[in-house]
Design a protein around this ligand. Structure first.
Ligand code: NAI
Ligand code: 13P
Length: 419
């Protein structure tokens, strides 16, 4: 923790010291040996307006609503709520929209969250902060907000956006924490684009190596905000999420950041197959390496603006690693392979995740649709094979057999055109 935090000292120190004096009291490590961490021009950490204390004397307070209350949605609400209490530029209250459900006790989830200050279903044992107010009414939850944080499983976002058309304030800024995409007749559509287009708002993204249960107990992690052109807004999102144990960096590459978060879930499914078949660490590392290459190639084919350096941020290689080691996609894919594909992902998801949702299986299907439609299947053997295994066209063991398909492999390995 001390070592990781010191990575940020040269740029973040003034702000962090001002806000969290106790945390930094004991930090005195020289950061000299960390210098390479700042050589990358793609990373833009907190700028001066942020570090000079922009919360002081601000006339207009921002009101935050979190749309979503699953595992990550609840942790995001906790992070945000700790900051809105501290920073005078935000209203204290954080409204959290809850997809209402009745618990086995007969009580409504929303009532229990508001009574106990805990999301007993999706994040049991963690206090969210007394200023988090659960609200089952979507329109009511967003009506006064000017900062909207979207964090639901991606398959529900189209419906949510439709319900919100014309219901959000004119001055709203949005951010998506959602890892996934939609595929429409016109082609792939990132969730941040869906939000922007449907609601007429600008939308940043926040992705990273962020297994929610670890952040819930305040274990150190990093995250990446991706923004399009408005750096001030990106600063505000960084401010809203940053804590001593959650270090946020902003990069000007929305598509790159969002595609990293989206595509790593497909690679995590592949890693789970490898684990289920007990193929060992070397095989898993090979899958991760090839997966990272396909992530980068796919992203750059879709958006030429995507930056290579984004793949070295938390949203890139770090998220890939953590998800392939400890994520839900990996875990359920492991069980799928152990059962030799005889039990469906839907079944296993319901049994193992108790209401939490996988994103990797549907993302593999969505990616496959894009690959088929554009004639790119041969270029992305890992992505294609993951989908074919998920739908039962290939056995889980095919996850390493694809490399024997010589034309595919030679394209993947030899091509400089796409990499
Ligand atoms: N859990 C994690 O560790 C992380 C998750 N994410 C991403 O965050 C996004 C949200 O995931 P989680 O918060 O973990 O959710 P989750 O998978 O824990 O929970 C599922 C959520 O979906 C809701 N839901 C069920 N049916 C619905 C419907 N018809 N309409 C709307 N909502 C419905 C449930 O009420 C619940 O809040 C996903 O894209 C995920 O990839 C990103 C980083 C970490
Ligand atoms: O996105 C995640 C970690 O950054 C969580 O991944 P899983 O959905 O596979 O748990």
């Amino acid at each position: 923790m001390r070592l990781l935090s010191s990575l940020y000292l040269p740029l973040k120190q003034p702000f962090i010291r001002k806000r969290f004096p106790c945390f930094f009291h004991s930090l005195s490590l020289s950061s000299l040996f960390m210098a390479p961490a700042f050589e990358d021009n793609n990373s833009e950490t907190l700028p001066s307006s942020f570090s000079s204390g922009s919360d002081d004397g601000v006339l207009h307070k921002s009101k935050v609503t979190v749309v979503g209350s699953g595992n990550w949605g609840s942790v995001a609400s906790k992070l945000i709520a700790s900051n809105t209490l501290r920073l005078s530029s935000f209203h204290d209250e954080v409204r959290m929209w809850v997809f209402e459900e009745t618990l086995p006790s007969g009580e409504k989830l929303t009532d229990v969250i508001n009574r106990t200050n805990e999301n007993v279903k999706y994040l049991p044992g963690i206090k969210l902060g007394k200023n988090v107010v659960a609200d089952p009414d979507l329109e009511n939850a967003v009506k006064d907000a000017n900062m909207l944080v979207f964090v639901t499983p991606h398959q529900f976002m189209e419906g949510i956006c439709k319900r919100l058309v014309g219901k959000v304030n004119g001055d709203v800024e949005a951010i998506s924490l959602i890892k996934g995409m939609e595929v429409k007749r016109e082609g792939p559509c990132m969730i941040s684009t869906l939000i922007s287009e449907q609601l007429g708002v600008s939308c940043c993204v926040l992705m990273g190596a962020n297994i929610a249960n670890e952040i819930a107990v305040e274990k150190f992690s990093e995250a990446t905000v991706g923004y399009r052109d408005n750096r001030e807004i990106a600063e505000k999102w960084v401010q809203l999420f940053s804590t001593p144990y959650f270090m946020v960096t902003a990069v000007q590459d929305v598509e790159g950041v969002e595609l990293c978060g989206t595509l790593k879930n497909v690679v995590a499914i592949a890693a789970g197959f490898v684990d289920g078949l007990e193929m060992g660490n070397n095989t898993k590392a090979a899958i991760m390496r090839i997966g990272l290459r396909e992530m980068r190639a796919f992203s750059k084919l879709l958006f030429s603006s995507v930056k290579d350096s984004t793949f070295f941020e938390s949203c890139g290689v770090a998220d890939l690693i953590t998800t392939c080691l400890g994520g839900r996609n990996r875990k359920v894919a492991e069980a799928f392979a152990k059962n030799e594909g005889k039990r469906s992902f839907d079944d296993l998801e319901a049994e193992m995740l108790q209401g939490q949702k996988l994103q990797g299986v549907s993302t593999a299907r969505e990616v496959y649709e894009v690959l088929s439609h554009r004639g790119w299947l041969e270029l992305f053997p890992l992505f294609a094979t993951v989908h074919e295994i998920c739908v039962g066209h290939l056995p889980p063991s095919a996850i390493v057999e694809y490399s024997e398909r010589k034309p595919r492999l030679s394209l993947l390995e030899g091509s400089t055109q796409y990499y």
